[in-house]
Design a protein around this ligand. Structure first.
Ligand SMILES: *[C@@H]1O[C@H](CO)[C@@H](O)[C@H](O)[C@H]1NC(C)=O
Ligand SMILES: *[C@@H]1O[C@H](CO)[C@@H](O)[C@H](O)[C@H]1NC(C)=O
Ligand SMILES: *[C@@H]1O[C@H](CO)[C@@H](O)[C@H](O)[C@H]1NC(C)=O
Length: 972
């Protein structure tokens, strides 16, 4: 954009020069006629592009006047031929092609042509190749489509070509090569968002005149090789979002000793490995962006931090580790430094205090430790400071002398302690402050700066009365005080004309805050985990602005039907209260409901049938109540349901077939009810069904065969235990469980992430990182289930026959339970292929033969129960098998060897039979206990996360480097 603007300026200068020095030259009549006919053939309408100031040429292009005086027209001073035409931002809409016979193409003397920001919804005409005098051509944002005509290679004088943001424009390899061969004067080539999937980068090696090259989001093919990085005149190189092809590549080493680049943007590309040593040759860099490559690792090279001209360095969202080199030079030009979302550790380098021009510093989401020293807080131009999600400790400095420009300060989720210093709450420009999730103590007694929009003090150990001044901040939009030891809430006088989010959870509140009429804009209210009892006050039901209401974990007995008046609510959480009575069907008046959580109450009666066709309801959790009657029978086709948890109630009757209408369903838990039906094989039509739990009901019969090729292929948890199923184990299902065949390697304690609803944008963003990395099993609404939790539980039924050999293909399985059935035949050797298995229970069946030695391959096996079968022979030895005890094997009179006392050389000793089945119990209760701990919010989280990734950082950050970075828009 920068160059483009520059070129525009140049053009203006030309116009100025020509018009005032040679104003006697008159427009050539051919060109005038051509222009008039052209403009007469197009429609103009005000454009909506933010970057445009609209100018309708028709207002000045008049037959009566000299065309050299028209806006956007430049003439040759002597011949009067039109040599420059700028009709950008003119709202030109041509809905047929510029026809081949259009007079527009008669303007054969044009040297510069700018049609940017108009709406030409058609193919780029090959006649553009006729403008052979062109040196500058800008067709960006024109909605051209189709192939770029090969005639473009005739423009051999081009110095600047901008075709960016024509999403449907496509290069062909042959045209691309010819174009680059002929364009020997080309200095600027801007093709962002043009489709280059068929094009290779290689021909660019010859473009030695290039000064600026921008190919972001083009998906151009080939390796980024160092001959491009070393093009002798290249100063600006933008290659972000070409990940599709760079995936897995290492950054190239430089072959040149001093690259001329000043701007290098390789962000969003999935490069891996470390930064090559030769990058220290980029001594002219002012902007370096390697962010969002996710896999870049190794340490941060000192040389990057000492480039004399560097103003902007972004290495965020990678895996850099080690310490931040403490080498920032005394004299430097840093304005933005972003090392966020890496694994850097150690203390904040003391030389950070040399960065006296710094405007933005983001070191969040790392492992930094030690104290935040005074010197770092003395950066006078700092506007944005984020040190959240580190391990910084100790008190904050008491007094600071600077930070008068700071508008955003984030210290969230560290180990900071002692009192919050006065300056923190009274910085003159501060708008957003997040000190949540630390260990701050003491009282807050200061006057808070009136400009605050966002104040997060939650999850600390603050105490005492909060100053009244906080409750009347006129600009405040978000306030979080949750989880502290504050007192005196009953006296507070709230007055928040702009407040949108208020979090007062876990504060021991015994009465509702008096918000009636004081918070006209409030959207989110969290009063969870307090001691609120009785009914919800009237005013709360009258707040039309409210979208999100969390009253869970209180002592409320309030009748459900009251909430029918909160008709704008999208999220309602009343779980873990003392609600009694029934769920009135009037709740369906809240037609906007997205999430309804009423679990863990004492609700009785039937589930209102209307809940099954609330259009927006995506999560319905009524588990652990006393609901009876049958399931609703009318689940709608247009529904949004993703999670249905009705387990642990007293539901009877059959499984409604209309459940198969819930095409978005991911989780269905109906455990511990009294449902009496056959197996719902018709659920196989649900493509996203990931968790199916039907345990402990009265389901019966065989499992019918599958009709669909991909039926149940997304399942990760399949639990139909404790029913009356019989027949053989359904081999076809096991073959179809595709998602269980994938082994996705996660870090040890990676969980299905659930950002709390007051999480920062970074947490939301993290959720998306997961979504990109994993293919399936991602949008799970579970907080505490590890992501690799893959389970089959068919225990306590009447299954008979042999276990299908294909079971050995479900490589992702963590737990397999076939116990308490009537299974027979040998234990399939293929179970030895399930190398991720942690728990295997085949007990209380009729398995025959020896224990396959292949089972010793199960290196993660912690629980093994083969007891009460007809197994014989020697127990395999070695590895995990050395850790199992007698009760893994008891009730198999033919087994011998360790750990049994019966030796295999026929010297029998009676093995002591143990009454304890602790291993079995541990297995059986294992996963359910975790599942109960789920919360909600993931759905929102993911939505917001995508939003954050798309929008990126605030506009001012992007602009800060003077247009050095282009706006990032993802095409796919
Ligand atoms: C412009 O004016 C000339 C002479 O004044 C006339 O011949 C011509 O038809 C006009 N053209 C248009 C497009 O009105
Ligand atoms: C251009 O050709 C189209 C048909 O191809 C015709 O309708 C139109 O009148 C022609 N315009 C001129 C200026 O000749
Ligand atoms: C290269 O440019 C020259 C001069 O404009 C032109 O004559 C020639 O056809 C072009 N070559 C190609 C392959 O287009």
């Amino acid at each position: 954009m920068e160059l483009w603007v520059g070129w525009l300026l140049l053009l203006c200068c030309h116009m100025f020069f020509f018009h005032f020095s040679f104003s006697h030259s008159l427009c050539h009549s051919h060109d005038k006629i051509a222009l008039l006919q052209f403009i007469g053939s197009v429609e103009t309408s005000p454009t909506i592009h933010a970057e445009c100031s609209y100018m309708d040429p028709k207002t000045t292009w008049k037959n009566e006047t000299d065309c050299c005086s028209w806006v956007g027209v430049t003439c040759h001073p002597i011949s009067g031929r039109v040599i420059g035409l700028d009709v950008s931002c003119s709202g030109l809409g041509i809905f047929d092609a510029i026809l081949p016979n259009s007079t527009f193409f008669y303007l054969s003397h044009l040297q510069s042509l700018n049609l940017a920001f108009n709406n030409f919804n058609f193919q780029l005409s090959s006649l553009f190749g006729g403008f052979v005098s062109l040196t500058h051509l800008n067709l960006s944002y024109c909605i051209f489509e189709g192939e770029i005509p090969s005639q473009i290679s005739q423009l051999s004088k081009l110095e600047s070509l901008d075709l960016s943001y024509n999403f449907w424009l496509r290069w062909k390899e042959s045209s691309w090569k010819k174009f680059l061969q002929n364009a020997t004067f080309l200095k600027e080539l801007i093709l962002d968002d043009v489709d280059m999937t068929q094009i290779s980068m290689r021909p660019l090696n010859q473009s030695t005149s290039l000064v600026s090259l921008s190919l972001s989001n083009t998906e151009i093919r080939g390796n980024l090789n160092n001959s491009i990085l070393c093009l002798p005149k290249l100063e600006h190189l933008h290659l972000s979002y070409i990940s599709y092809n760079l995936n897995g590549q290492h950054l190239p080493s430089l072959s040149c000793s001093a690259a001329s680049l000043t701007i290098l943007d390789l962000s969003y590309n999935y490069f891996e490995g470390s930064i090559p040593v030769s990058f220290s040759n980029f001594t002219h860099l002012t902007v370096l962006d390697l962010s969002h490559n996710i896999y870049l690792n190794g340490s941060i090279p000192s040389s990057l931090l000492t480039f004399p001209s560097l103003t902007f360095l972004d290495l965020g969202f990678n895996q850099f580790s080690g310490q931040i080199p403490n080498v920032f030079p005394q004299s430097n030009n840093f304005e933005k430094l972003d090392l966020s979302h890496n694994n850097v550790e150690g203390e904040l380098p003391s030389t950070l205090s040399n960065l006296q021009h710094l405007i933005l510093l983001d070191l969040s989401m790392n492992k930094l430790s030690g104290q935040i020293s005074l010197s770092i807080l003395n950066l006078q131009y700092l506007v944005f400071l984020d040190l959240s999600h580190n391990r910084l400790e100790g008190p904050l400095p008491n007094k600071i002398t600077s930070l008068s420009n700071l508008t955003q300060l984030y210290f969230k989720d560290n180990l900071l302690n002692e009192t919050i210093p006065t300056w923190c709450l009274s910085l003159p420009s501060l708008l957003k402050l997040d000190l949540s999730y630390n260990q701050f103590t003491g009282h807050i007694s200061v006057m808070v700066s009136q400009s605050f929009e966002f104040l997060y003090l939650c999850n600390n150990k603050l105490q005492g009365n909060i100053p009244q001044s906080i409750f009347t901040l006129v600009n405040l939009r978000q306030l979080c005080l949750s989880s502290n030891n504050f007192s005196g809430f009953h006296n507070i006088n709230y007055n928040f004309p702009r407040l949108e989010r208020l979090y007062l959870s876990s504060l021991g509140l015994t009465e509702f805050p008096k918000l009636a009429g004081k918070v006209p804009m409030l959207r989110d209210l969290d009063l969870s985990n307090n001691k609120l009892n009785g009914t919800v006050p009237e005013w709360l039901h009258e707040m039309d602005s409210l979208y999100f209401l969390n009253l869970s974990q209180n002592l409320l007995t309030t009748p459900m039907k009251q909430f029918s008046r909160n008709y704008n609510l999208q999220f309602l959480d009343l779980s873990f209260n003392l609600l009694t009575g029934d769920i009135s069907s009037s709740i369906c008046n809240v037609s906007s409901l997205n999430v309804l959580l009423l679990s863990h109450n004492k609700l009785v009666g039937v589930i209102p049938p209307c809940l099954a066709n609330l259009t927006f309801l995506s999560m319905l959790d009524l588990q652990r109540n006393k609901l009876n009657g049958t399931l609703p029978s009318n689940f709608s086709m247009n529904g949004s349901l993703r999670v249905i948890n009705l387990n642990d109630n007293q539901l009877k009757g059959i499984l409604p077939k209309s459940l198969s209408n819930c095409a978005k369903l991911e989780i269905l838990n109906l455990a511990n009810n009294q449902i009496e039906d056959k197996f719902p094989e018709w659920l196989q039509t649900l493509p996203r069904l990931t968790i199916l739990v039907l345990r402990a009901n009265k389901l019966y019969g065989c499992i019918p065969s599958l009709k669909m090729k991909r039926g149940f292929s997304s399942l990760l948890i399949f639990d139909i235990s404790s029913n009356y199923f019989n027949g053989s184990i359904p081999k076809a299902y096991i073959q179809n469980f595709l998602a269980m065949k994938n082994v996705i390697r996660y870090k040890v304690d990676e969980l299905y992430m659930q950002p709390s609803n007051n999480a920062s944008v970074y947490e939301f963003a993290t959720v998306i990182e997961f979504a990109n990395v994993t293919t399936k099993a991602i949008n799970m609404a579970f907080k505490k289930i590890p992501k690799s939790f893959i389970i089959i539980d068919l225990s306590r039924n009447k299954f008979e026959g042999e276990v299908p050999y294909v079971i050995g293909e479900l490589h992702g399985l963590k737990a397999l339970n076939f116990s308490h059935n009537r299974l027979s035949g040998p234990i399939p050797q293929s179970i030895g292929n399930l190398t991720n298995l942690e728990s295997l229970d085949l007990s209380s069946n009729m398995f025959l033969g020896r224990i396959p030695t292949e089972l010793t391959n199960l290196n993660f096996l912690e629980v093994l129960n083969l007891s009460y079968n007809h197994l014989v022979g020697e127990i395999p030895q070695g590895k995990q098998f050395n850790t199992f005890e007698n009760n893994s094997y008891i009730g198999n009179s033919g087994l011998c060897g360790f750990p049994l006392s019966k030796n295999c050389n026929n010297t029998e000793q009676q093995s002591p039979s143990s009454p304890s089945f602790w291993r079995e119990e541990r297995f059986e209760f294992g996963w359910e206990a975790v599942v109960i701990g789920y919360g909600c919010g993931t759905i929102f989280g993911i939505g917001l996360g995508i939003f954050v990734l798309f929008i990126g950082k605030p506009e001012w950050l992007v602009k800060m480097v003077g247009g050095g970075l282009r706006k990032k828009i993802r095409r796919r």
